[in-house]
Design a protein around this ligand. Structure first.
Ligand code: NAI
Length: 326
């Protein structure tokens, strides 16, 4: 029997948690022969709800699920974690300004970063989903100086998957005929869905489309506004597709992306002129150990403007919580 992988999930009692945990326990994340232990964290008021989820997980009789631990203490949830998926975050309440939201989340992610630093495995893979995800990841990384920065990432995979599906639909092709798509930047409306290097059945997507108006006026804004469109239609934010994207992100990071480009928000190493440290969506290929950035892509004037808008936003977010980074 393989040693079980310890997977911590925060915000476990929330709607993404509910769509995520059963899929992890079912083997969708780590494959059909890897046992897992779920270490679930939420706030004290949600302990009852988490116990209910624990009962439901038991009732699924998942062969791979070895144990479920439920807690409101980050140091218990992250102990010896191999993987940590940080979903729980403070939502924006009525009248709350962006800087207050950043500050409230900074407190949460600084605390969780310190707990990861203290008790998680040294090679833990951390995915931040809770918004503002890129800056929350920056805070958690800074609060965990004993962990390598490469342990941390933020999620832009939902936007990547949305872009891939939209491009496939527009071209009347299957989603898996599309490769080398990128979503750059922040998980916010400044994100830049970029198919300049994408291939459709091995041929250039830009060449197949030859429609710059559709790119700029339909594709890029529709991908960026998809979250809002779902809230308007469903009355609630995307949960199943967000959970699915979290599975895709971590699965590819841990098991490899099979040579495919995927988009991950990683701490910038200065590549493409992006200021060092901020978490920025970039194209990577995962080899099963680490995420390797795709370098040397041409950044034309339009792409530079789009990247710069995301840089400006992320630098502003960083500056708003800068006092917490020292
Ligand atoms: P939700 O409100 O249904 O659940 C959030 C859960 O987090 C709640 O159970 C809450 O009690 C818990 N929580 C709050 N503070 C916590 C803390 N300090 N420690 C542990 N748990 C805590 O929200 P939902 O829909 O599950 O979304 C969660 C987050 O994911 C939100 O911030 C949302 O904006 C974000 N999101 C990010 C996406 C991305 O692509 N990066 C996509 C969709 C959602």
């Amino acid at each position: 029997m393989k040693t079980p992988t310890r997977i911590a999930v925060t915000g476990a009692a929330g709607q993404i948690g509910y769509a995520l945990l059963f899929r992890i326990a079912n083997g969708d994340l780590l494959g059909p022969d890897q046992p897992v232990i779920l270490q679930l964290l939420d706030l004290p008021h949600a302990l009852g709800a988490m116990r209910g989820i624990d009962m439901e997980l038991q009732d699924c009789a998942f062969p791979l699920l070895q144990e479920v631990l439920v807690t409101d203490n980050p140091e218990v949830a992250f102990r010896d974690a191999d993987i940590a998926i940080l979903v729980g975050a403070q939502p924006r309440s009525k009248g709350m300004e962006r800087k207050d939201l950043l500050a409230a989340n900074a407190g949460i992610f600084a605390k969780q970063g310190r707990a990861l630093n203290a008790v998680a495995k040294r090679e833990v893979k951390v995915l931040v989903v809770g918004n503002p995800a890129n800056t929350n990841a920056l805070i958690a990384m800074h609060a965990a100086p004993d962990l390598d920065p490469s342990c941390f990432s933020a999620m832009i995979r939902l936007d990547h998957n949305r872009a891939q599906a939209m491009l496939a639909l527009h071209l009347d092709k299957s989603v898996d005929s599309i490769s080398q798509l990128i979503v750059w930047g922040n998980h916010s409306p400044t994100m830049y869905a970029d198919y300049r290097f994408a291939l459709v059945d091995g041929q250039s997507a830009s060449f197949a489309l030859r429609d710059e108006r559709w790119n700029r006026e339909v594709f890029i804004p529709t991908v960026a506004q998809r979250g809002t469109a779902i809230i308007e239609a469903r009355g609630q934010s995307s949960a199943a597709s967000a959970a699915n994207a979290a599975i895709d992100h971590v699965r590819d990071w841990v098991r490899g992306s099979g040579g495919r480009w995927v988009s991950m928000a990683l701490p910038s190493d200065g590549g493409y002129g992006i200021p060092e440290g901020i978490f920025f969506g970039v194209p990577v290929v995962c080899d099963g150990r680490q995420a390797n950035r795709i370098r040397g892509l041409d950044i034309n004037t339009f792409a530079r403007e789009k990247l710069q808008a995301a840089v400006d936003e992320l630098v502003q977010e960083r500056d708003a919580i800068r006092h917490l980074l020292d």
